[in-house]
Design a protein around this ligand. Structure first.
Ligand code: SF4
Length: 209
């Protein structure tokens, strides 16, 4: 699929999600960057989206972060879906927010907010994470987020998933180990949400036609 078609589909998926979450109240506010850690992951398609709209990012020297400790996923969301269907164990991956903040963060603000990846869009907490020590995400929003993650990987099935910095380094033309994306094998929707999520799934299917 042509990259511009894929980028348009990605933008439509972001819009579907952003419109969906408008109906909820969150504690998340401007300058609250508690969840902006160096462990954010994304797909190569999302990296292209950032590069397309923020040309100057292509020139940043990101290789200086290569040795920084960060979460490097070994498995994608669609691989997890596949393992669930097969009844196989999901590997546990180490991920610790104390490894540091997102290297893009500037004075508590995200310089790429308009084009931030889906991981960042779906960091939404009903309670204040700073006060409570952790986020609280409504279980239905969690299901919707996972489904959107699956579709984003699906449209980028010839691309890769990795840490945000690793993806941007890769798109600057450098060799870096990433994990290949996959098509959706099965959507991960708990039985109690299957009916409720149907309108949103049909909206997603329309945008992906
Ligand atoms: S990309 Fe932006 S929103 Fe996402 S973690 Fe980094 S600074 Fe925060």
């Amino acid at each position: 699929m042509d990259i511009n078609i894929k980028l348009k589909k990605l933008e439509d998926l972001y819009k579907i999600y952003d419109d969906f979450v408008k109906n909820f109240n969150f504690s998340c506010k401007k300058y609250c960057s508690t969840c902006c850690t160096c462990n954010v992951t994304m797909t190569t398609l999302e990296g292209h989206y950032i590069n397309k709209y923020l040309d100057n990012f292509k020139k940043l020297d990101l290789k200086i972060y290569v040795h920084k400790k960060r979460f490097k996923p070994q498995i994608t969301i669609n691989q997890i879906g596949y393992l669930c269907i097969k009844g196989q164990e999901i590997p546990i991956e180490e991920n610790d927010p104390s490894w540091g903040e997102c290297v893009l963060l500037e004075n508590g603000e995200c310089p790429i907010y308009q084009v931030r990846p889906f991981s960042c869009r779906s960091f939404l907490s009903i309670s204040n994470c700073k006060d409570n020590g952790s986020a609280y995400v409504d279980p239905f929003i969690l299901t919707v987020s996972e489904v959107l993650f699956q579709f984003i990987e699906h449209i980028d099935s010839d691309g890769y998933t990795g840490n945000l910095i690793d993806i941007l380094i890769k798109l600057q033309g450098n060799e870096i180990k990433l994990i290949p994306n996959r098509h959706i094998h099965a959507l991960m929707i708990p039985p109690e949400n299957r009916e409720k999520i149907k309108p949103l799934i049909s909206e997603i299917h329309k945008c992906l036609k």
